[in-house]
Design a protein around this ligand. Structure first.
Ligand SMILES: Cc1cc2nc3c(=O)[nH]c(=O)nc-3n(C[C@H](O)[C@H](O)[C@H](O)COP(=O)(O)OP(=O)(O)OC[C@H]3O[C@@H](n4cnc5c(N)ncnc54)[C@H](O)[C@@H]3O)c2cc1C
Length: 607
């Protein structure tokens, strides 16, 4: 039976064709490896195409004072010190080169008057740092990488859903899944596998994420012995659409605020000035006059408080709503119409103009938008070696949103696209080098038989006990939103864990009906099981972390706690159960420590 399955052998198998997967595939192929990329959507449709604002890299084209040190310091500050310092250093140093390489491969960026790549300001970045293509940067990034990958002759298996990793006794051996088109199983044998499967935001009801974000990579890694870190840190972007309901959660790029957009409450007050945390007091404008000067290009003015980090702005909006000053549909007003000319808005934010016109029948060049927080990004993910991106399972690598470490407790805007380019490249190089001369691993039949039985199981479920996977997904989203959302406490999280455990019991009986051809119910059976497992990892880590830091807000522990200042929580599976360990975050090397201390000193003086 197992010998009848469509089987492919390759040196490096990349799961995911977003920015991270394609970067990794190109770099592995450049090492001479035979590479296959598998993705569950069409090539060119990965979530990365949705990225709007830009790629963070200290090119210094708009502000020559920018350098890798400044980018490193901003990333560490944004991550509340929980970032892996080696990853933050590598990321800051290598981002400019990766952006230039992308340009060499054909990416067309917006330009400065001198013809350099233009860079826009973004929250938490002290300099104008985001290389961008209007507000469609992800689309251009994917188009370029896709062209390059095709030119490299990389094999692509699209609309192919990977459900299981394969292992030898001590290493990864490949993966298997099924073609979405006809449900036929497919198997890949490979000595190196790179997980680049993106995030998990579809476990929340209000989410900016694409349908692909169902935690498949997180769950497969966990089941196969890898570890997840920083799972408490789910980023809620402050500005998702709130209206109409059908598109609730759709992202409104931070670029709107970067271009001068301001946040107002129902009383017309610019409330962000009231929410500047002490540690940011010296780094944002003191009043509206200074903020206006910054928008006008005054280099001595500090940026407006609307550009504080996402966690701060998201909590401020929620607080305004809670205190009765929310907008008509329960958010805040985001106004750029009164700050910039219609031509300027059209030129800098064309996708936003289009999005609001089409989805909400609002012309943002004339009236304000309404926005509220939406689940956006997962800072936590698979623990990797900072240099090579290899996980604790030999031969298994991870990069992009599915990997953890770089962003700590909170990611700065723009730092994901640069993460994909830098660490996708590193994973590809490391995997490509590691497989030189490696044999294709053998996979024992019992693993394949178990996988085939698992594929069939949803169709065999007794209809009397069968659970509808769509219902289960809706329940999961309600539980995550209510009990493991933005504002958390011990009671809610404990209830959330109980509810998630009961969903986990019920997922055993999840049922699919109909044929295997493009059967969304059948696909959902696997996705929902993965999301419940990853949801449990989030909830356990969030309950254990008794403090508030970055994106993790505990109402019962509202302040950061020094004792947690260098602790990352590691999630692993032991005997089928989630297990938590407290580990120390790696120490920055001496030079980085000195830089961090000096920067903290300067800020204290500025205050
Ligand atoms: C609306 C929006 C705007 C954003 N704007 C920015 C921005 O301006 N700047 C920035 O830095 N970040 C931005 N982000 C974040 C950034 O886009 C993502 O973090 C990033 O694109 C993730 O890339 P990735 O390569 O890790 O994953 P993805 O691009 O999602 O790729 C994942 C790939 O894995 C595949 N896959 C997943 N599961 C399976 C499976 N089981 N089997 C087979 N294939 C699978 C998918 O099909 C896909 O090809 C934005 C996010 C959103 C939602």
């Amino acid at each position: 039976m197992t010998q009848d399955i469509e089987t492919h052998e390759t040196d490096v198998l990349v799961i995911g064709a977003g920015g991270a997967g394609l970067s990794a595939a190109i770099s592995a192929a450049e090492q001479g490896a035979d590479v296959a990329v598998v993705c569950k959507s069409l090539l060119g449709k990965a979530h990365t195409v949705m990225a709007e604002g830009g790629i963070a890299a200290s090119l210094g084209n708009v502000e020559p004072a920018d350098d890798w040190q400044a980018h490193f310091l901003d990333t560490m500050k944004g991550g509340w010190g929980l970032n892996d310092p080696t990853m933050a250093e590598i990321h800051a140093k290598e981002s400019p080169e990766r952006v230039r390489t992308l340009q060499e491969w054909g990416a067309i960026f917006d330009r400065t008057e001198d013809g350099d790549i233009h860079q826009r300001p973004f929250g938490g970045h002290r300099h104008d740092r985001l290389a961008h293509v209007g507000d469609r940067t992800g689309l251009e990034l994917i188009r370029t990488l896709q062209d390059k990958a095709v030119a490299e002759g990389i094999d692509v298996y699209q609309e192919c859903y990977v459900t299981n990793l394969l292992q030898t006794d001590d290493a990864v051996a490949g993966a298997c899944g099924f073609w979405r088109q006809d449900g036929a199983p497919i198997l890949f044998r490979a000595p190196a596998v790179i997980l680049a499967s993106g995030g998990l935001g579809k476990m929340y009801r209000i989410s900016s994420n694409s349908w692909e974000y169902t935690a498949d990579g997180h769950a497969m890694a966990l089941r196969n012995g890898a570890e997840l870190i920083d799972m408490a840190f789910v980023q809620f972007h402050p500005t998702g659409m709130v209206w109409p309901k059908s598109v609730q959660g759709t992202l409104v790029t931070e670029g709107v605020r970067g271009e001068g957009g301001i946040l107002l409450n129902a009383d017309g007050e610019r409330f962000m000035f009231d929410y500047v945390p002490t540690e940011y007091e010296g780094s944002v404008a003191a009043d509206e006059a200074e903020a206006d000067r910054w928008v006008a290009g005054d280099e001595d003015a500090r940026p407006p408080p609307e550009l504080l980090t996402r966690d701060v702005v998201a909590r401020a909006i929620l607080n305004e709503v809670a205190e009765g000053r929310g907008s008509e549909h329960g958010g805040a007003y985001l106004d750029i119409a009164n700050q910039r000319s219609a031509d300027y808005i059209m030129q800098k934010l064309p996708a936003m103009v289009h999005q609001f016109r089409e989805l909400a029948e609002i012309d943002i060049t004339e009236e304000p938008m309404q926005v509220a927080p939406t689940c956006h990004y997962m800072m936590g993910g698979i623990r990797v070696d900072p240099e090579t991106q290899e996980t604790s399972v030999p031969g298994l690598y991870a990069s992009g949103e599915v990997a953890g470490g770089l962003h700590g407790a909170n990611r700065l805007g723009g730092n994901s696209l640069s993460d994909l380019l830098v660490f996708g490249n590193r994973a590809g190089v490391a995997a490509g080098e590691a497989v030189t001369g490696a044999e294709t691993p053998q996979v024992d039949d019992s693993q394949v038989e178990r996988y085939l039985a698992g594929l069939e199981a949803p169709f065999d479920t007794d209809p009397d006990r069968g659970v509808d996977p769509f219902d289960l997904h809706a329940e999961l989203q309600a539980v995550m939103e209510e009990y493991v959302g933005i504002m958390r406490d011990e009671d809610r999280l404990s209830t959330g864990i109980e509810r998630l455990e009961s969903l986990q019991d019920r997922v055993e009986n999840v049922r699919a009906t109909g044929a295997r051809t493009y059967n969304p119910g059948w696909e959902k059976c696997f996705a929902v099981e993965n999301m419940i497992l990853a949801g449990l990892a989030v909830a356990h880590a969030a309950r254990a972390r008794e403090e508030s830091r970055g994106a993790h807000s505990r109402v019962d522990f509202p302040d950061p706690d020094e004792d947690w200042g260098n602790i990352e929580l590691t999630v692993s599976m032991r005997d089928g159960e989630i297990h938590l360990d407290r580990d120390a975050v790696p120490e920055p090397r001496d030079e980085l420590q000195e830089m961090l201390a000096a920067d903290a000193g300067l800020e204290a003086e500025a205050e």
